[in-house]
Design a protein around this ligand. Structure first.
Ligand code: FAD
Ligand code: NAD
Length: 471
């Protein structure tokens, strides 16, 4: 019944949950000869999140920042099974994962359970709404590809509705007021991209409307981008001021309505501000599948930020059979792509070591099954060698994160960068940093195909502008 998984009973089964930064980086480095590898993710692709805001305003086309997971796995030495499904339950006692096809079209079988020897839990996080009323109903998110596509459609809809004959100035102003909630890097980059769209395209396509477009960035804390150095925060704030992007700090969104946002201002008063579009970029929270898994280790998995792992990224309490990486974990590192991808690459090395250890243990068991007198001198020698090797393989080097710096695009062809520099820090912002930002992301894209697509999109937009047709 059904296509069989390419299963080799002599090898252990490695199940990887997710196809994001952590999982894809692991897959890229993993020697798939060592395991029966199964990847389970509701998306059958990897999404290059740093360029997602560029998709939301049409600078890049969606396909340019996607990489099909099968594109990665088809180049591996041994076949990898890719399953488009969401993990719904992990049972650490029976060492099984249950997953379901949650897509639009389903066959007769749409949920099943498989066993694992090792599980890599890399399901990322989901958008945090803090249960604020109206967020899910009326705001757009900026986390998944469909979020960016939805935002682009709504933004263009606002423009076309504002262009409808007879619209009052007040209504035009409402429709063209874009509110971005969250002054973290996602909110800042998106505001910058929206501003570019306005300046570089909308002024020519919708000259009568452009002057009414307003972008407000709302942040609950006293400043935007708290993870960047003070100098770069100031630089971003002054660039936004010039770009006429309003930054409202110490201001908290309390409710999102159909045609407005309700704000709590710094003096604690409440104001209802009319707007056409709200983009919610207020941070992340754990997925249900992660919370459920943690609940199975109630004594040790109590951190509300995520899964607690040891220095080798093993989930605490799981006896070494579950590894967790990326945004679903609670570590001392920020939840970034940089961290998740380094963790993925590290885990590939750990798993290679574990495969060697498992192989040595199996051989040792074979040798130990024979009585010592029956062993030839060569076999005795081999046993000693294996025991020595095992002692070495037992020691797993802990994960060490190497920070390569923080980069963010702030619009107007400017970027900011906090880079480690000779044991110190180099904070830089401007047009040269923007060119550095572009080249850094171009080289980080996982494949030549994506690099060519992104570079071509950038050139296309430079020559012809962004597309304003609403699909
Ligand atoms: P993800 O990359 O989110 O991957 C999670 C995977 O799990 C996905 O494939 C998802 O489909 C899958 N999944 C979800 N549910 C299930 C389930 N039930 N079962 C199985 N699979 C599941 N970081 C930076 O360092 N630099 C940046 O410039 C940067 N820019 C960003 C811009 C935006 C707009 C966003 C949203 C994030 C950005 N980040 C950036 C943060 C970065 O994207 C995350 O830290 C990173 O994606 C975390 O990697 P991950 O593998 O843990 O999760
Ligand atoms: P974030 O958590 O960094 O920022 C969310 C912001 O929203 C916070 O500053 C919070 O104070 C604010 N907020 C929350 N609720 C609010 C409310 N009701 N009203 C007003 N403000 C509210 O989220 P993010 O920007 O999506 O980033 C998530 C992670 O991804 C971070 O670790 C970040 O470093 C990483 N990231 C990095 C880059 C980059 O390096 N260029 C880009 C995007 C994301």
């Amino acid at each position: 019944p059904g296509p069989q998984l390419p299963h080799d009973p002599t090898k252990k089964t490695l199940v990887i949950l997710g196809s994001g930064w952590g999982a894809t980086s692991l897959l890229n480095s993993l020697d798939t000869v060592d395991y029966n590898v199964i990847v389970i993710s509701p998306k059958n692709y990897f999404l290059f999140t740093p360029l997602l805001p560029s998709v939301a305003v049409g600078t890049l086309s969606p396909r340019s920042i996607l990489q099909p997971t099968r594109y990665v796995t088809r180049h591996k030495k041994r076949q990898v099974t890719v399953i488009e499904a969401s993990a719904t339950d992990v049972d650490p006692t029976t060492k099984t994962v249950t997953f379901a096809d949650t897509s639009e079209i389903q066959g007769l079988v749409s949920t099943t359970t498989i066993p694992y020897d090792y599980l890599v839990f890399a399901v990322g996080a989901e958008v945090q709404t803090f249960n604020i009323p109206g967020v899910r109903e009326h705001a757009c998110f900026m986390k998944e590809l469909e979020d960016a596509e939805k935002m682009q459609r709504r933004f263009l809809d606002c423009l076309e509705s504002a262009a409808f004959p007879g619209q009052s100035t007040e209504e035009i102003k409402r429709l063209l007021h874009m509110v971005v909630v969250g002054g973290g890097p996602t909110g800042v980059e998106l505001s910058g991209e929206l501003h570019d769209f306005l300046e570089q395209d909308l002024r020519s396509w919708y000259p009568e409307l452009a002057e009414h477009v307003r972008i407000s960035l709302v942040e609950a804390l006293p400043s935007v981008l708290p993870m960047f150095s003070k100098q770069l925060i100031d630089y971003t704030e002054s660039t936004f001021k010039e770009a006429k992007i309003d930054i409202l700090t110490k201001t908290m969104v309390k409710e999102v309505r159909d045609k407005s946002v309700v704000l709590q201002l710094p003096d604690k008063s409440i104001a209802e501000v009319p707007c056409g579009l709200v983009v919610w970029a207020a941070g992340n929270t754990l997925r249900k599948v992660t919370r459920d898994l943690m609940a199975k280790f109630p004594d040790v998995q109590t951190n509300r930020r995520g899964i607690t792992v040891d220095e080798c990224l093993r989930m605490v309490g799981s006896n070494g059979s579950i590894f967790a990486i990326g945004d679903c974990t609670a570590t001392s590192y920020a939840p970034t792509a940089q961290v998740a991808s380094q963790e993925g690459a590290y885990l590939a090395r750990v798993l290679a070591q574990l495969a060697k250890k498992d192989e040595a243990e199996a051989r040792l068991r074979e040798l130990q099954a024979q009585s010592a007198d029956a062993l030839s001198p060569e076999a005795k020698e081999e046993r000693e060698q294996i025991e020595k090797r095992l002692a070495k393989l037992e020691k797993v080097r802990p994960f060490k994160y190497s920070h390569q710096g923080s980069l963010a695009y702030i619009g107007s062809d400017k970027a900011i960068a906090d880079l480690p520099f000779f044991n110190g820090n180099l904070a830089t912002g401007g047009v040269a940093t923007f060119l550095f930002w572009r080249s850094a992301y171009l080289s980080t894209l996982f494949s030549m195909r994506n690099r060519i697509l992104v570079a071509t999109d950038w050139l296309y937009v430079k020559l012809f502008g962004r597309d304003v047709s609403r699909e």
